[in-house]
Ligand binder design. Structure first.
Ligand code: SF4
Length: 430
């Protein structure tokens, strides 16, 4: 009988992309994948340690895994495992603990038998590639081109957990991208912890890599995940502008709209530089959607700093907000800074910014009504409509009998409601 594996991922896109690739390795070795929470021979948990809150979520998930599969092997991997292997080892039912680089060797370690948890943690120096594969049932593939980070942002534990920046070579990245296209993926998203640092580690500019990938025949859509504003070069912008495959959706983390706080966060840009990147993007891609991460309530953020952030977000053409309250993470510089903000104030600031974000997304989507767009369809939603995303990443739904999964279709947008769109397939209008 087939062995069963249940996988659970916490944290960032990159973690999801890595689990995707490891899931495929399980399938290749004859495992069948069951939903997390069902009884399995192996429960694989890819953890995150971005905040103290993330740590406790990981611990809850580990407890659940032990409950659902008391006789299975519970494997805890990734950033939380890397940083807190001792605490994980003390938890009931954990069999194997693998750090951020050792997680790829899970099959070697699964063979080992031991009455106490096996712990394999090394400093991450090598690059392990990952690309989402068909087991994820996703229509877009996430291709990892970079890992780790050499920056020292005050609030971030990633450099300690994932190690220094390292990258895939241009040749390997292109080969993997071709393979994904060959497997039927229509859209590729390049991911990493800090992909703008690709050149600093590989010697090849990110722009050259993107150019090569855009040349792949059969690739229809392309996006970059988050790009730090200080690494968004004019060369990169030129390459993006030159191809119709590039989707008009970008993500440029802001974190704060106050220069004082950006400095205290040890970010590598100021408000002026950030604005300049956003305006250049908007000029090159007039209907583009732009997403930004925002941390509210970083130590020392006073009312004026917050107001500056709010005003900047209001003024800039940013449409997709990812606002989080600053959350203390032991081991980071920010955790020892003076001027920590109360939970109440942080909550208020996040809700003010989220309300602004919702309004902006609503206006942005309303402005798309009466226009054409191309949607990559994913699945049928609970209401029975077929759903996907427009080129500028707004949810779109259509009432149709057709199975549209993994199809790119031209649509006409008829209605916007609460930041989501609906309309018709263009070929049904003729
Ligand atoms: S750029 Fe800053 S926030 Fe991003 S991973 Fe590196 S240290 Fe963390």
């Amino acid at each position: 009988m087939d062995k069963k594996v249940a996988l659970h991922t916490l944290g960032c896109r990159l973690n999801f992309s890595e689990t995707g690739s490891i899931a495929q390795d399980f399938v290749d070795r004859g495992y069948s994948i069951v939903p997390f929470g069902e009884k399995a021979d192996v429960v694989f948990i890819n953890t995150c340690t971005v905040t103290d809150g993330a740590d406790s979520t990981c611990r809850n998930i580990i407890r659940k895994a032990n409950k659902s599969s008391p006789d299975g092997k519970v494997v805890v991997v990734g950033c939380y495992a890397q940083m807190e292997s001792g605490k994980v080892a003390e938890m009931e039912g954990v069999d194997l603990i693998l750090g951020t680089s050792e997680k790829y060797k899970v099959f070697d370690y699964l063979k080992e038998e031991s009455k106490t948890p096996i712990i394999k943690i090394k400093k991450s120096k090598e690059f392990y590639g990952a690309g989402t594969t068909t087991v994820d049932k996703h229509t877009r593939a996430f291709l990892k081109i970079q890992d780790g980070c050499n920056y020292v942002c005050s609030f971030c534990i990633i450099p300690a957990a994932r190690g220094r920046s390292r990258t895939i070579s241009l040749e390997n990245a292109v080969a993997r991208a071709k393979d994904l296209v060959h497997k039927g993926f229509k859209e590729i998203v390049l991911t990493g912890v800090n992909i703008g640092e690709y050149e600093a580690t590989s010697g090849t500019s990110l722009a050259s890599l993107v150019k090569e990938i855009l040349n792949i025949e059969g690739l229809e859509r392309f996006r970059l995940s988050s790009v730090e504003p200080n690494t968004f070069t004019d060369e990169l912008l030129e390459v993006l502008k030159s191809s119709p495959k590039v989707l008009d959706h970008f993500h440029v983390p802001l974190q704060s709209g106050s220069d004082t706080i950006l400095k205290s966060m040890r970010r590598k840009y100021d408000v002026q530089q950030y604005k300049s990147v956003i305006f250049k993007l908007k000029e090159a891609f007039p209907s583009c959607a732009i997403g930004a991460d925002i941390i509210l309530g970083h130590p020392g953020e006073d009312t004026e700093d917050f107001n500056d952030t709010y005003q900047l977000l209001k003024d800039l053409p940013i449409t997709h907000f990812h606002a989080f309250p600053y959350s203390k993470r032991q081991g980071t510089t920010a955790s020892n800074l003076p001027g920590h903000i109360s939970g109440e104030i942080k909550k208020d600031r996040v809700s003010l910014v989220n309300n602004l974000g919702n309004q902006k997304l609503i206006s942005f989507s309303e402005a798309m009504v009466g226009k054409f767009n191309e949607v990559l369809f994913e699945r049928r939603n609970k209401e029975g409509l077929f759903e996907g995303y427009t080129s500028n990443f707004v949810r779109f739904a259509v009432d149709t009998e057709e199975d549209l999964s993994n199809q790119i279709r031209k649509v006409f947008i008829e209605e916007a409601s609460n930041g989501a769109l609906s309309g018709k397939l263009v070929d049904t209008l003729i």
